[in-house]
Ligand binder design. Structure first.
Ligand SMILES: CC(C)(COP(=O)(O)OP(=O)(O)OC[C@H]1O[C@@H](n2cnc3c(N)ncnc32)[C@H](O)[C@@H]1OP(=O)(O)O)[C@@H](O)C(=O)NCCC(=O)NCCS
Length: 425
């Protein structure tokens, strides 16, 4: 096989080297393109652009494959915990028992949030979206905790501090938004059990932990833990490339995740299914989604990378079904979701456009069954994605090919023209 491609431009031939990944995917290295040819590339939305080499997550959108550090997400969802998966993503290998215990101790040691931060929470208007609060609060962490140095131990502390505190802060924002007493983390509970307890325990009604619910939350978080260079991860890497502190970079990721085309889709799906279940207008909504003159889209369908069924959606769908059965709950939205999926998967438009349910399509139903309110859905996604953001940030910091992210553009504005004084305009 050739190890370069030829580019002919203005009568000259240039050789652009090919780069192969460990799963056989091939890229054209254009890092010297401008220097050698004066040309740049134009790729809106970066759909054809690799921004880095990464050894963290492998996604094959055509075959529906997702692996963290080589391990299929299906195996992790079945056999691992979120804490262990977070360790895997950040450190590159599954932990030994000793490493896992040390990781748990660090997570417990750093789970409390500075009491002064509670005052911040109280200053947000009651109607604030928890994603806006979380993004601001994570950025504020830098003012409360020192900048990390490059020592391995200090990086570990900052990383576990973030993993642990974001979970506490998320539960705290929920409690404060409801005007309830904040529940503090407990060192005798596991990562997910602790979160559920902080969310739902109350002085008048102690929360009873259900192992099926704890397992479901673990699986939900594992399925969201990383997804290579998606919008929010790219935001973390771009912001991090300016060498800001980790908290600021993660805060940028949270802001990006908030959008309805990204993490905010899980909330948008439930709103869409609720509307459909109220009005029974599935066919009309599907018709709108197909209409070129209507910007309406079916939320939870389609993906930039997956052109087949999202493997996470398959696990999530199964889990929604199992969890509702175990908890003896019925959710009319699950029936609507199944019906909508069946309509869409038979429809030529969806088939031709390769539009299948994505991870967000069934995740809201799982979260509802756990008792998570709709406006906290994207916050749960953020807790899940945190180890991925951290791992990607860490990898970019250690990358010998690291560069400040600074794309170029093709300018399409006016040519040079003179300033006109205001009285002459
Ligand atoms: C995720 C998403 C942004 C990916 O988009 P993308 O890769 O940029 O693809 P495009 O927006 O270019 O869409 C490609 C085509 O499919 C159509 N399409 C994509 N998602 C669609 C959806 N959910 N409903 C209806 N049509 C959709 C577009 O209209 C476009 O059609 P056209 O080529 O005839 O103009 C997009 O599928 C979407 O908006 N999905 C809904 C939101 C969602 O669930 N987000 C969570 C992602 S995990």
């Amino acid at each position: 096989m050739d190890d370069y491609v030829r580019l002919t431009y203005q009568g000259r031939e240039f050789r652009l080297p090919l780069v192969a990944g460990s799963e056989g995917e091939t890229a054209i290295d254009i890092s010297r393109l401008r220097q050698e040819t004066g040309l740049i590339t134009l790729d809106p939305g970066f759909a054809n652009t690799g921004s880095c080499r990464s050894a963290i997550t492998f996604v094959d959108g055509e075959r529906g494959i997702l692996r963290y550090r080589g391990i299929p997400v299906e195996q992790l969802a079945e056999r691992s915990t979120f804490k262990e998966t977070a360790f895997l993503l950040i450190n590159g290998a599954l932990p030994t028992q000793k490493e896992l215990t040390r990781f748990s101790v660090l997570l417990n040691d750093h789970s409390l949030v500075h009491e002064d931060m509670k005052i911040f929470y109280q200053s947000f208007p009651r109607s604030s979206h928890p994603m806006g609060i979380l993004s601001a609060m994570v950025n504020a962490l830098r003012s409360f905790y020192p900048e990390l140095q490059n020592l391995e131990e200090e990086i570990n502390i900052t990383v576990t501090r973030l993993l642990s505190k974001v979970r506490t802060m998320a539960a705290m924002s929920y409690k404060i938004s409801r005007g309830h007493t904040v529940v503090y983390p407990r060192s005798d509970l596991t990562y997910c059990a602790n979160f559920l307890n902080m969310m739902f325990d109350s002085p008048v009604k102690p929360y009873e932990l259900d192992p099926d619910v704890v397992k479901a939350l673990n699986v939900f978080l594992i399925l969201h833990a990383d997804h290579e260079q998606n919008c929010s991860t790219a935001a973390v890497r771009v912001v991090g490339s300016a060498r800001v502190n980790l908290y600021a970079a993660i805060s940028a990721g949270i802001a990006a995740l908030w959008g309805p085309l990204h993490g905010g889709a899980n909330q948008a799906v439930i709103e869409m299914l609720t509307e459909m279940s109220r009005h029974g207008n599935l066919d009309a909504m599907v018709a709108r989604a197909k209409d070129k003159n209507d910007s309406y889209r079916l939320m939870g369908f389609g993906h930039r990378v997956y052109k087949t069924y999202d493997p996470r959606a398959r696990i999530m769908k199964q889990m929604a079904h199992v969890l509702l059965e175990k908890l003896k709950l019925s959710d009319p939205l699950l029936d609507v979701a199944r019906e909508l999926e069946a309509i869409a998967l038979k429809d030529d438009y969806f088939i031709e456009h390769h539009l299948y349910p994505n991870v967000d399509f069934y995740s809201g139903i799982v979260l509802r069954a756990i008792g998570i309110p709709t406006n906290m859905f994207t916050v749960l996604f953020a807790i899940g994605r945190l180890p991925g953001w951290i791992a990607q940030w860490k990898e970019s910091m250690d990358d010998p090919a690291w560069k400040l992210c600074r794309p170029r553009q093709v300018y399409s504005g006016p040519g040079e023209r003179d300033y006109v004084p205001i009285e002459e305009r």
